[in-house]
Design a protein around this ligand. Structure first.
Ligand SMILES: Nc1nc2c(ncn2[C@@H]2O[C@H](COP(=O)(O)OP(=O)(O)O)[C@@H](O)[C@H]2O)c(=O)[nH]1
Ligand SMILES: [Mg+2]
Length: 254
């Protein structure tokens, strides 16, 4: 069973396209899509509920207050672990709800897990990966953030630390969740993506990447990334996790 968690904040203009894309690609799988509406001020919630009433394969969770990307992911992941997933071999996939992450990566991510990876990342920096429509400034920012993170938290084989498009084996996520509980993502900002990666990695034997072509030109409206708070989030994360003496682990390379 595949569980697809979509954190969504003001994605009214994009969510419909993404759900249609997912619906087509996921046709061959048993799946459930979980939209976590993070107190959007637009019609995201109504749109998600409309799709859910049309297709039984969608659940909608709703925050009455905005909890940020980390808060929304935590809600979606806890819900899958506590309420939905019955089998350790289930897979949990996360991706952005802004329709810049094409659903066609899912079969490749799932294949990686079937071949023995515990975590597979759709990576802009894997051979064949690309970023279309992203400003040079944003490219430099995420590349630089990745370099800094890989300096402090080296993870063999991982080039994309911050992309939200990943597939996790549920059993691994459960072990990390049992260890950290609600502290699995203390960051509420975009740094939560990196924090989740760093905290899950010690439970993984094998991690792999598949190439992602990020379609940023499809982005409707502005990015919700607040640059200053994201940078602060990264710095806090480095300080916090280094203090907790996180150390990189070894696993079997492909
Ligand atoms: N839950 C929640 N999700 C958010 C928030 N801000 C952004 N997101 C979601 O996080 C994902 C990444 O944000 P996005 O605007 O796509 O960032 P970018 O692609 O890096 O420019 C999208 O699915 C957003 O809907 C927020 O405050 N709360
Ligand atoms: Mg995005």
């Amino acid at each position: 069973m595949l569980f697809v968690v979509l954190p969504a904040y003001n994605e009214q203009a994009s969510l419909g396209y993404l759900l249609e894309d997912l619906h087509t690609v996921l046709n061959d799988y048993s799946y459930r899509i979980i939209v976590v509406n993070d107190a959007s001020t637009d019609q995201t919630l109504d749109l998600a509920r409309e799709y859910a009433s049309r297709w039984g394969s969608i659940s909608v969770l709703n925050h009455s207050e905005n909890k940020g990307l980390g808060g929304a992911l935590q809600t979606g992941i806890s819900h899958v672990l506590n309420e939905l997933s019955k089998k350790p071999e289930d897979i949990l996939i996360t991706l952005d709800a802004d329709n810049t992450h094409p659903a066609d990566r899912i079969p490749l991510l799932v294949q990686k897990l079937e071949e023995g990876s515990d975590l597979a990342i759709a990576s802009r920096y894997a051979p064949g990966g690309e970023q279309i429509g992203l400003s040079l400034f944003r490219k430099i920012l995420s590349w630089g953030a990745g370099k800094i993170m890989s300096f402090f938290f080296p993870i063999a084989g991982v080039k994309d630390y911050s992309c939200g498009y990943r597939a996790y084996r549920v059993s691994i996520l459960r072990r990390a969740y049992n260890n950290y509980g609600e502290l699995l993502m203390e960051s509420r900002s975009f740094a939560a993506m990196v924090e989740l990666l760093i905290k899950v990695v010690p439970f993984c034997q094998k991690i792999s990447e598949v190439p992602l072509i990020l379609h940023y030109e499809r982005k409707q409206g502005k990015s919700k990334m607040k640059i200053v708070s994201t940078i602060k989030g990264y710095l806090t994360l480095i300080y916090r996790l280094k203090k907790e003496a996180w150390s990189s682990v070894e696993w079997v390379e492909e």
